[in-house]
Design a protein around this ligand. Structure first.
Ligand SMILES: *[C@@H]1O[C@H](CO)[C@@H](O)[C@H](O)[C@H]1NC(C)=O
Ligand SMILES: *[C@@H]1O[C@H](CO)[C@@H](O)[C@H](O)[C@H]1NC(C)=O
Ligand SMILES: *[C@@H]1O[C@H](CO)[C@@H](O)[C@H](O)[C@H]1NC(C)=O
Ligand SMILES: *[C@@H]1O[C@H](CO)[C@@H](O)[C@H](O)[C@H]1NC(C)=O
Ligand SMILES: *[C@@H]1O[C@H](CO)[C@@H](O)[C@H](O)[C@H]1NC(C)=O
Ligand SMILES: *[C@@H]1O[C@H](CO)[C@@H](O)[C@H](O)[C@H]1NC(C)=O
Length: 253
């Protein structure tokens, strides 16, 4: 009974806490190097002031507008030339921000502060930037399989699997490298073993927003099989020829 009460109180407290913390925070997801819109609205009136600030980076100025015009002098250089408001929409209470060429450093919490003669308002945006997994390359070089993909954000996960499922644990090594743009290149080399014969290999690279996979059947086990069948046929021919020779020899004598 005590336990149930405790759980109920705990759940209620967590719920209330979540309501307060996340209230007003809008989640926005942007694609790396593309443009995106951070939404913000207010009750329109005269003397409009708009300040977009990036909280995460220490309340740096992203875009400001007052005296009926943009105020680029206040803007942090990280955002220079990449932001604009929808000027024909401001008088209608739309303070949404257009952000161009989203990069990894743009991630974080943004504050939209608006004020008019009737009052002011603050609202918050949580911006995430994603460079989705594009192409997964899977190839066999000798007795290793190599799976790779480039230009991903955030850091991707890579999972190998076989069909039918492998009985022994797969031996592989995965390397992740970060580019100058803070994107991730990933590559993984898997050592093929005899027990993997006739398996189809699959490599799955994923991030929070998407995943891609590639599949390849192990090459090289086809040739030995054909060689073995050829060998059986050759052995049959040798035995047959020997038999024929013996038969001829026996008949002649
Ligand atoms: C604000 O204006 C932009 C550009 O026209 C539009 O995409 C967006 O939906 C508008 N937001 C609201 C809340 O009207
Ligand atoms: C696997 O491919 C990546 C990217 O093409 C390359 O950098 C790496 O050297 C390759 N590894 C092997 C073992 O072939
Ligand atoms: C897996 O391998 C072990 C020994 O290597 C064997 O006893 C077992 O039967 C195998 N299981 C399957 C499903 O092939
Ligand atoms: C990541 O991959 C890209 C595209 O193949 C390549 O140009 C770049 O040099 C790679 N960067 C690193 C750090 O491996
Ligand atoms: C690839 O991995 C992701 C994340 O783990 C998973 O959701 C997805 O189902 C996987 N795809 C396949 C084909 O296994
Ligand atoms: C991805 O995995 C699924 C399930 O394993 C498979 O059906 C599909 O063909 C794979 N895609 C590619 C491109 O290999």
């Amino acid at each position: 009974m005590m336990g149930v009460n405790f759980v109920m109180v705990f759940v209620t407290v967590v719920f209330l806490w979540m309501m307060t913390v996340s209230k007003g925070d809008t989640e926005v997801s942007c694609v790396f190097m593309e443009k995106c819109i951070l939404p913000c609205t207010f009750q329109s009136d005269t003397d409009i002031v708009i300040h977009w600030l990036q909280e995460t980076a220490g309340n740096i100025h992203v875009h400001s507008f007052y005296h009926n015009q943009d105020q680029p002098a206040l803007q942090d250089k990280h955002f220079r030339g990449r932001t604009s408001l929808f000027n024909n929409q401001i008088s209608r209470g739309n303070a949404s921000l257009l952000l161009m060429w989203a990069d990894v450093h743009d991630e974080g919490r943004y504050k939209c502060y608006t004020s008019t003669i009737t009052g002011n308002k603050e609202s918050f945006i949580n911006l995430e930037v994603n460079a989705p997994v594009q192409e997964v390359t899977l190839q066999q070089v000798g007795n290793t399989m190599n799976c790779s993909s480039e230009g991903i954000f955030p850091e991707p996960q890579l999972i190998w699997s076989t069909s039918p499922p492998s009985n022994v644990s797969l031996q592989y090594e995965t390397t992740v490298q970060q580019t100058e743009q803070q994107l991730y290149n990933i590559s993984s080399s898997l050592i093929l073993s005899d027990s993997d014969k006739d398996s189809v290999f699959s490599c799955n690279i994923s991030t929070r927003r998407n995943w891609r996979n590639a599949t390849l059947s192990e090459q090289g086990n086809v040739v030995p099989v054909r060689g073995f069948r050829g060998g059986v046929f050759a052995a049959f021919l040798v035995v047959a020829a020997a038999g024929l020779a013996l038969y001829c020899k026996w008949k002649r004598s």
